[in-house]
Ligand binder design. Structure first.
Ligand code: SF4
Length: 267
């Protein structure tokens, strides 16, 4: 057994032990500070990408629209952090979606996440709370992350293609996507995840070039600027089509495999 695999097994065993202690109302065993830090962020820490990798990924944050304009400016600034990007976006009114929103839903999670989930846009619940994926479909996504993957929401990053709620829960239109997409690209450029999971047709088509059909192409690995991208069904679709849960579970297992993580249950 190589050292990486052994370390992973130790981590998962320790994680199970701590969970079991907590469920029984017992104090978890004392662990050294370094071990606790490792436990808290096992899936988040990633090595600095080699320069060739970042070159392959391209300058994905280079199309940020300047404040107050809808123009895509190839020369606009790069962002060192999600906070910088959020500050730059300000009270964004670059597309018409700002008219009907309560608030912008930027995204949330770990800025060093190895895995990013991308949906199409905030729904009514998300618009009200200012957080992505908190409604019924969000609760299903949370169950997939927690029960299926054995992770927590704060170990991954969750966001959408457009950051403002499209009225009537309609799909964002191509113009709105075009204006807002650079912000998602900047988020991906800052976080540099190891895997992107695109949820549903709109997110998949926004991040992939060429012909894409969700029913035909889900479950087949693609890349986005060198980052492996798994297209899968949106959780809202799963709520309407129970039969889609099995293929999504297959996609989840494929993602876990790509990340080198153990699958914790059988779906
Ligand atoms: S959807 Fe995006 S571009 Fe449009 S107003 Fe909201 S943040 Fe700005």
């Amino acid at each position: 057994m190589n050292a990486r695999k052994e370390l992973k097994e130790i981590f998962f065993e320790t994680k199970r032990l701590i969970s079991a202690c907590e469920e029984m109302g017992l104090e978890p065993p004392m662990l050294p500070k370094g071990a606790l830090e490792f436990m808290e962020k096992p899936v988040l820490k990633k090595p600095a990408p080699p320069s060739t990798q970042s070159e392959n990924r391209g300058n994905v944050g280079s199309e940020i629209p300047a404040p107050g304009t809808q123009a895509i400016e190839p020369s606009s600034p790069q962002f060192d952090s999600l906070e910088d990007l959020r500050t730059h976006m300000g009270d964004c009114r670059r597309c018409d979606l700002h008219n009907g929103r309560k608030q912008m839903v930027f995204g949330e999670g770990n800025p060093e996440a190895r895995l990013i989930f991308v949906g199409e846009g905030p729904g009514v619940d998300e618009d009200r709370e200012g957080r992505p994926f908190v409604g019924k479909s969000g609760q299903l996504l949370t169950r997939i992350i927690e029960n299926g993957m054995g992770l927590t929401r704060d170990m991954v990053y969750i966001c959408n293609v457009v950051k403002c709620h499209p009225p009537g829960n309609r799909d964002p239109n191509p113009d709105e996507i075009k204006v807002c997409l650079p912000f998602l690209k900047a988020q991906l450029s800052i976080i540099k995840p190891d895997v992107i999971c695109a949820l549903g047709r709109v997110a998949c088509q926004a991040l992939m070039e060429g012909d894409f059909k969700i029913t035909r192409d889900r479950g087949k690995w693609r890349t986005y600027h060198g980052i492996p991208l798994m297209p899968t069904f949106h959780p809202a679709y799963l709520l309407r089509n129970a039969a889609a849960k099995r293929p999504v579970w297959d996609d989840v297992k494929s993602i876990m495999n790509k990340l080198g993580l153990e699958v914790t249950q059988n779906g």
